[in-house]
Design a protein. Structure first.
Length: 158
């Protein structure tokens, strides 16, 4: 039962991610680049470590994403007295592209869920909130993580 649920959640995620990938490509953005721009739009500026945590990747990946967005003129580095710490913020062009991509995303999301009644949205949100909290608890438990790292108890069914 759990494996079927896991697979379904993954399939839904992958479908949504593919839709987002295609949508953001119209703005010459990847999904991660959009999320970085979106975070900067909300926060104003952010450091690379914070962005790595947001994007669930390591700092070297964020450095590449930042380099590409900087080259495209969508973000810029914020001058800092501490040269070891890099802050970035949106440029005017980055804000323009972000706003266009966000409007397209909101329209796409509305279209994806137009047939879902409000009551079903509420049920799904409640269930997903429970799954989210259980997964966060799972990640916070050092014993569970050790089992995952060592491969003990990992199901190997196709």
């Amino acid at each position: 039962m759990a494996l079927k649920t896991y697979r379904l959640i993954n399939e839904v995620f992958l479908l949504g991610d593919d839709i987002d990938r295609q949508l953001f490509s119209r703005f010459s953005l990847t999904v991660r680049q959009y999320h970085l721009l979106n975070w900067l739009d909300r926060k104003g500026q952010a450091g690379l470590t914070e962005l790595a945590q947001l994007l669930l990747c390591d700092k070297s990946n964020v450095t590449g994403i930042v380099r590409r967005l900087d080259s495209a003129g969508l973000i810029e580095k914020v001058p800092s007295a501490d040269r070891r710490f890099t802050l970035v913020k949106l440029t005017a062009e980055g804000k323009r592209i972000h706003d266009q991509a966000e409007a397209a995303l909101l329209q796409s999301i509305a279209g994806r869920f137009v047939e879902v009644p409000d009551g079903e949205h509420e049920q799904l949100q409640e269930l997903l909130a429970q799954v989210y909290e259980r997964l966060r608890t799972y990640l916070k438990n050092p014993e569970t993580l050790e089992v995952v790292r060592n491969g003990k108890g990992v199901m190997s069914q196709p």
